[in-house]
Design a protein around this ligand. Structure first.
Ligand SMILES: Cc1cc2nc3c(=O)[nH]c(=O)nc-3n(C[C@H](O)[C@H](O)[C@H](O)COP(=O)(O)O)c2cc1C
Ligand code: SF4
Length: 447
C-alpha cells in the first residue's frame, strides 16, 4: 500500500470479502446496528454531521438530500443505489462491489431505515456480471441472517447506456422503460409511482452508500478527521491514461492532483510531459497550472474544473486536443437520448464541426460555430448531458488554441496519437492495467 492510501471502503489487504461472517469479523454490520437504534431524524443528523457529499459526480451534500426526502409528506418512499457506472475513466463502483458487496448493501439498509423505505433497489448494468453475482449472493446471506426482509433488497439490471446512470433515467429503467430521463427529479416522483402516490425516491451512488457503515460505526467526527472540511472522508479515485501506475486508489480527499499524478501514479508513462487531465466527461479540462489544487469538490470547482466521480484520464503531450475533443464530443452526441431537440441537434453539430477540423475539412468558421452551438445545445433540456458537451468542448478549445489553429488552417496536427475512449471494461489487478471497451468513434450524421 502506498503511504498516501487510506483504506476504509476497500479491504486493507485488497482481498475480496467472501462471506457475511467474514465481513462481520472485520467490523461490518455494526453501523447498521447503531443506525437502527436511532430514530430516522437522528440518523439524518449523523449523516449531516459527517459532511458526506455524494460521490456520483455532483458532490451534493448527502444529509441535505436525505432531509428533503424525509420532509416529504408521502407515505411511500424508496431508496435506490446507482451502480450504473458509465462515466468514461471510472471503475471504482464495480471495484468496490467486487471487493465487498456487503458494505454497499449495509449502507442501503441504513438509508432505508432513515427513509422508512418500502424497498431498496440497486440499479446496475446487466453486463457487470461479476458485481451482480456478488450482490445476489450477499443479498441472500443478509436475508438468511434476518438482516433484510426477503425481497426488500432488489437488483434491477439495466442497459449499457451512459444515460442509465443519470438519476432520472435510472428510475425510468427501474420502472421498466428505456434510459430516457424523465421530467421530475427522484425526490419528487420516484419509482413505481401511481396516479395517487408519487413515491419520492432517494438516489445515492455506490460509493456514497458504502461510506455510511463506517460513519455510523465510528462516528461522524472520525469521518471528518479525514479529507478536508469541504469534502470529509476518503475518495475512490480511478487513475487511467499516460501514467506509470494506473489503478484504483482510495485516498483522503484534499490530496493534490500533482501528488496523485506523481507520487501515486508514478509520473508520465513515456518521455512526454503531461498535457491535460479530464475528470470523466462532465467537467472542464484540467491543465498542469492547477495541478496543486486539492482534490475536493469545492477546490476543484473554484479552480474552474470539477472532481466529478474522481475518474482521472491523463494525456501527455503526444496527444492532439482536437482528436480528444472529437472523441469525447462524439461519445456525448451518441449518448444523447434525443428527447430534447437542442441537445440532440446541438451535440451532433458540435461533433460534426470537430470532425471536419480533425479531418482537414475545417476552418475558423467551424471553430466559431462550435462556440455558438455550445451556447444553445443546453436550452431547456431535461438533463445535464448537453451542459457536459458544452463545458468540455469549449474548455478544450480555450485551453489549446494552437491545436485548433493548426487544424483550422489545414496544417493538421503534430503527430497526435490515436486516443482510446477510456470506457473501462475491466481492471487487470495483477498487471495493473485497464482493459477498455474496443469501439470506434461513431459520428452521427445529419438525418
Ligand atoms: C449523463 C449523466 C450520467 C451519470 N452517470 C452516473 C453514474 O453512472 N453513476 C452515478 O452514481 N451517478 C451518475 N450520474 C449522477 C446521477 O444523476 C446522480 O446525481 C447521482 O447518482 C446521485 O448520487 P450521489 O448524491 O450519491 O452522488 C450521472 C449524471 C449524468 C448527468
Ligand atoms: S438533455 Fe439530451 S440526453 Fe438529456 S434528456 Fe434531453 S435529449 Fe436526452
Amino acid at each position: 500500500m502506498l503511504p498516501q492510501e487510506r483504506r476504509i471502503l476497500l479491504p486493507l489487504d485488497l482481498r475480496p470479502v467472501k462471506t457475511l461472517e467474514e465481513y462481520k469479523a472485520l467490523g461490518g454490520l455494526l453501523g447498521l446496528e447503531r443506525a437502527r437504534a436511532l430514530s430516522p431524524p437522528q440518523v439524518i443528523d449523523v449523516v449531516k454531521q459527517s459532511g458526506l457529499r455524494g460521490r456520483g459526480g455532483a458532490g451534493f451534500p448527502t444529509g441535505v438530500k436525505w432531509q428533503t426526502l424525509y420532509d416529504d409528506p408521502s407515505t411511500t418512499k424508496y431508496v435506490v443505489c446507482n451502480a450504473a457506472e458509465g462515466e468514461p475513466g471510472t471503475y471504482k463502483d464495480r471495484y468496490l462491489l467486487g471487493k465487498n458487496p456487503y458494505r454497499v448493501l449495509e449502507g442501503m439498509l441504513i438509508a432505508a431505515h432513515a427513509m422508512n423505505a418500502t424497498a431498496a433497489v440497486i440499479g446496475i448494468k446487466k453486463k457487470f456480471i461479476h458485481p451482480v453475482q456478488r450482490l445476489s449472493g450477499a443479498i441472500a446471506e443478509l436475508e438468511e441472517a434476518g438482516l433484510a426482509a426477503p425481497g426488500f433488497l432488489e437488483i434491477v439490471l439495466g442497459p449499457d447506456d451512459y444515460l442509465f446512470g443519470e438519476e432520472k433515467a435510472l428510475l425510468e429503467v427501474i420502472d421498466g422503460n428505456d434510459a430516457m430521463p424523465r421530467n421530475f427529479p427522484p425526490f419528487f416522483v420516484g419509482i413505481r409511482a401511481t396516479p395517487t402516490e408519487r413515491n419520492p425516491t432517494l438516489v445515492n451512488n455506490v460509493e456514497t452508500m458504502s461510506h455510511l457503515p463506517a460513519i455510523f460505526a465510528k462516528g461522524p467526527q472520525w469521518f471528518c478527521s479525514m479529507g478536508t472540511r469541504d469534502t470529509p472522508g476518503t475518495v475512490m479515485i480511478t487513475l487511467s491514461g499516460d501514467v506509470q501506475r494506473p489503478g484504483i486508489y482510495e485516498l483522503p480527499a484534499g490530496l493534490t492532483l500533482r501528488e496523485l499524478l506523481y507520487d501515486v501514479g508514478g509520473g508520465p508513462a513515456g518521455d512526454q510531459p503531461f498535457k491535460a487531465v479530464f475528470s470523466g466527461v462532465s467537467n472542464a479540462v484540467i491543465l498542469p497550472k492547477i495541478f496543486d489544487t486539492p482534490l475536493d469538490f469545492g477546490s476543484m470547482r473554484r479552480a474552474g474544473a470539477g472532481l466529478g466521480s474522481a475518474g482521472f484520464i491523463v494525456y501527455d503531450a503526444s496527444h492532439c486536443m482536437v482528436k480528444i475533443a472529437l472523441m469525447f464530443s462524439a461519445f456525448l452526441a451518441e449518448s444523447s437520448c434525443g428527447q430534447c431537440v437542442p441537445c440532440k441537434r446541438g451535440c451532433r453539430i458540435i461533433t460534426e464541426h470537430l470532425d471536419a477540423l480533425e479531418h482537414g475539412r475545417g476552418s475558423q468558421e467551424n471553430v466559431n460555430d462550435i462556440f455558438y452551438e455550445s451556447g444553445h445545445c443546453t436550452d431547456q433540456t431535461r438533463c445535464f448531458l448537453p451542459q457536459q458537451e458544452s463545458t468540455l468542448t469549449t474548455s478544450i478549445m480555450h485551453s489549446f488554441p494552437e491545436d485548433f489553429k493548426r487544424h483550422a488552417q489545414g496544417q493538421g496536427c503534430l503527430g497526435g496519437r490515436e486516443p482510446i475512449l477510456p470506457k473501462i471494461e475491466y481492471f487487470d489487478e495483477g498487471a495493473g492495467r485497464f482493459i477498455y471497451e474496443q469501439r470506434p468513434i461513431v459520428i452521427l450524421s445529419r438525418p
